[in-house]
Design a protein around this ligand. Structure first.
Ligand code: AMP
Ligand code: MG
Length: 361
């Protein structure tokens, strides 16, 4: 049975907001956060990917509070965050093999989540009844220190209301989670700005279930070109999702979003035509790159940065989507970007935000 923990939580909790500087962490303040985790409460924490909504990963009671705060469907499993390799030993059903060791050596701490066969110590809520568990070690001094102080692994999905863009800035988290969690740690903007890459290594074939902060090209360097493949879902070839989270609506701005794909001239003329034909009461949003920003007149135009720096573009995307909500545009047209390196993760999030509404021009 799929329980829908929908957003019935009225904003009733008394949320403590604590500011921390990652260069100079106030350990006393962080101890308060660790105590909340130990006492089975919820803490929003900064990571290098996006802000996470954390709770003690070993406790069903604690983990259920995450689903409630986000309005997240119960069949969408969570990523468990650890601060050491030793900490995950209890969570796994078998010792790490050579492939896992290589990946950990190359990418941890960092934005790579690994899916392993799990032990029965993992609460069913964390893994949504699957026989696997997803684990990563975040590359962020506050996140790592918090896990160390709490001395338990922390389950943490992105700290947004389910379906909304992931939070990359403290103000996004406060918009979404104030009144829904025990504590929010407010720190700098997330450095990577998109979620981790999820790589399933629970079977002989390593499969990317979600592109993210570690690119396919980087994984191929470690595993070889034939040692890793992309799940079909990533290309929008809808099949049975291997990762339950893949089937849900994600990252959606309030206004409908359409991706426009093709050569540059055709993209420009398609979007310009849409702006021209819009009624005077309609505000069109355009999501584009620095290189084309000046081409569009009569619309609210936001660039994600240079088309040649899609790592920065990926890092800006969620904030840009939230900005369109704030402006209150009626329709958004987004230029399609190249789908290699970090462009793969960027386009994956953009396609989901658009509900796969893509026009080829
Ligand atoms: P979020 O933390 O909200 O960014 O989502 C976590 C992602 O990890 C979702 O796409 C989940 O479906 C995926 N995930 C978590 N645990 C597993 C697992 N055991 N097997 C496959 N995917 C998982
Ligand atoms: Mg999420």
């Amino acid at each position: 049975m799929i329980l829908l923990y929908m957003s019935e939580v009225s904003d009733v909790m008394n949320t403590e907001i604590v500011e921390l500087n990652e260069q100079n962490i106030d350990i006393e303040k962080l101890m308060r956060a660790a105590k909340i985790i130990v006492n089975l409460g919820t803490v929003v924490l900064p990571t290098e990917t996006v802000y996470g909504l954390g709770a003690n990963a070993l406790s069903s009671t604690a983990v259920k509070k995450i689903f409630l705060a986000k309005g997240r469907p119960s069949d969408n499993p969570l990523i468990v965050h650890v601060c050491s390799v030793d900490m995950m030993e209890d969570l796994l059903s078998e010792p790490l093999d050579l492939r896992a060791k290589k990946l950990i050596e190359a990418f941890w701490p960092g934005p790579l989540t690994l899916v392993f066969k799990r032990s029965d110590k993992v609460p069913v809520e964390v893994c949504a009844n699957l026989d696997t568990v997803a684990i990563r070690m975040p590359d962020h001094p506050i996140a790592l220190k918090l896990i160390e102080l709490a001395n338990v692994p922390i389950a943490a999905p992105s700290a947004n209301v389910s379906g909304k863009p992931s939070p990359t800035m403290a103000e996004h988290v406060i918009q979404d989670m104030n009144g829904r969690v025990d504590m929010i740690i407010s720190a700098d903007r997330s450095r990577i700005g998109v979620e981790s890459t999820v790589l399933d290594i629970s079977s002989p074939k390593a499969v990317v279930l979600r592109p993210g902060g570690v690119t396919l090209e980087q994984l191929q360097e470690v595993l070889g070109n034939d040692g890793v493949m992309l799940d079909n879902m990533i290309n929008g070839v809808v099949d049975k999702p291997r990762s339950p989270g893949m089937k849900y609506k994600h990252y959606a701005p309030n206004a409908p979003l359409q991706i426009v794909r093709g050569n540059k001239e055709n993209i420009l003329s398609y979007i310009k035509d849409k702006i021209e034909k819009a009624s005077s009461a309609e505000l069109i949003g355009v999501l584009c790159s620095d290189e084309t920003q000046s081409e569009y007149q009569g619309a609210h135009v936001i660039s994600i940065g240079s088309a040649h720096r899609l790592d920065q573009g990926a890092s800006n995307l969620f904030a840009v989507l939230r900005e369109f909500d704030q402006i209150g545009v009626d329709m958004i047209f987004a230029e399609a970007f190249a789908e290699d390196e970090m462009g793969l993760a960027l386009m994956n999030r953009l396609k989901k935000a658009a509900g796969f509404n893509i026009v080829d021009v």
